[in-house]
Design a protein around this ligand. Structure first.
Ligand SMILES: *Cc1c(COP(=O)(O)O)cnc(C)c1O
Length: 373
């Protein structure tokens, strides 16, 4: 079946639909080989790389229209490491989590495993739907994911009503950031990594910290709690203010991130990026709704992600479909490995051309009748 050759005129111009690492623009890679070649292999303690970090921090502040007093902090280790950073440096005694997929569950698990914290309060929703945290007296940190990349469900980003004064809203924006609009003032910590909407490589985390979060970081750091240096948000904050990181960052990742920020800002920033992902989303969900064999996995249209589409198949072997697409150069449409559904998952980050999403749908329509033939 993998011998099926999709006609060239149906194929997307770029066949990368992964949800992280996701498509990196060829122009950004070319810039890395050209202008970036002078930066690669030079010290991150010297001006040129510090200026690069400064540009990335400034670019993020502009893209997210950072409210007064918010700061852009970064460190090594990606979003997974940030969960440990948050458990070490942000949660004071007890956190509450909304868990509706693999990624939001992992943060809740990290908090549950921490011996210095009380048992977290976790509200769950079945995969394909959305949970939001509910106010619980005594909870000092509320955590949820903006976009659950494992299921393609997007959640609202709004402060928890009735939360204790001073409780922080900590939102995982890893796959939403850069492709979905949000009001940062509804969060105290909005964190993400560069390998999804920011069309760069993995390995770094970024966090937008509110003044309340900065204050919390200082208080927890001064509390006498043992915090490994690499998980200390206070240390990361002090370094970030100097356009530095505690230890060596990937310079190429930062370079590609700056390229992407420039591209996003030149094209109209977050509103324009969100319009483009919404365009892709309209196309794939409309196609799936009209299809006799495909259905959007997320039942409620309001919760269907504009950056990660999940589409269930009936009477069609989705794994065979993904494998055949892959053999034709259309890659990473496999579903999230642990979800175990007969499904395709499609990244629709700002780098993805909506026309390529339409082309992908056309390729599926071409393949399905031929798969069992
Ligand atoms: C990809 C992803 C992560 C994990 O990011 P890493 O940088 O690989 O650790 C966490 N949360 C969400 C929502 C993600 O999409």
């Amino acid at each position: 079946m993998t011998a099926l050759r999709i006609p060239a005129d149906l194929l997307p111009a770029d066949g990368r639909f992964g949800c992280g690492p996701s498509k990196i623009r060829p122009e950004a890679v070319a810039a890395l080989a050209d202008e970036g070649a002078h930066l690669l292999g030079t010290s991150h303690r010297q001006r040129p790389v510090k200026a690069l970090v400064g540009d990335v921090r400034a670019g993020l502040a502009e893209l997210f229209a950072l409210p007064e007093g918010y700061e852009v902090v970064l460190g090594n280790g990606g979003s997974t490491t940030f969960w440990d950073v948050a458990v070490s440096s942000l949660v004071e005694r007890r956190s509450a989590h909304a868990s509706f997929g693999e990624f939001s569950a992992k943060f809740a698990a990290a908090a549950a495993a921490a011996p210095h914290l009380d048992e977290p309060c976790v509200v769950t929703a079945p995969v394909g739907s959305v949970a939001v945290p509910v106010a619980v007296p005594g909870v000092d940190t509320y955590a949820w994911a903006h976009n659950e990349t494992s299921t393609g469900a997007i959640a609202p980003v709004a402060r928890v009503e009735g939360a204790d004064p001073g409780a922080l809203a900590v939102v995982d924006g890893t796959s939403a950031a850069g492709g979905v609009e949000l009001d940062v003032s509804q969060t105290d910590v909005y964190y993400f990594a560069p390998q999804k909407g920011f069309g760069s490589e993995g390995g770094l985390w970024f966090a937008l910290l509110s003044p309340a979060a900065v204050e919390r970081v200082g208080r927890v750091a001064a509390s006498g709690r043992w915090i490994p240096e690499s998980l200390s948000l206070a240390v990361a904050l002090a370094n970030s203010r100097l356009d530095q990181t505690l230890n060596t960052p990937a310079v190429a990742t930062l370079f590609l991130m700056r390229e992407q920020l420039r591209w996003l800002l030149e094209r109209g920033g977050l509103p324009a990026a969100a319009a483009r992902t919404a365009d892709s989303a309209r196309r794939i969900y409309a196609w799936a709704e009209a299809s006799p064999y495909a259905t959007p996995f997320v039942a409620d249209p309001a919760h269907r992600s504009p950056v990660v589409a999940t589409v269930d198949f009936e009477g069609v072997d989705a794994a065979a479909l993904a494998a055949t697409l892959r053999a034709n150069g259309v890659v990473d449409t496999e579903p999230y490995r642990k979800l175990g559904r007969n499904q395709l998952r499609v990244g629709m980050f700002p780098n993805i051309d909506p026309d390529d999403v339409s082309a992908l749908c056309a390729c599926v329509d071409w393949l399905v009748p031929r798969l069992d033939a």
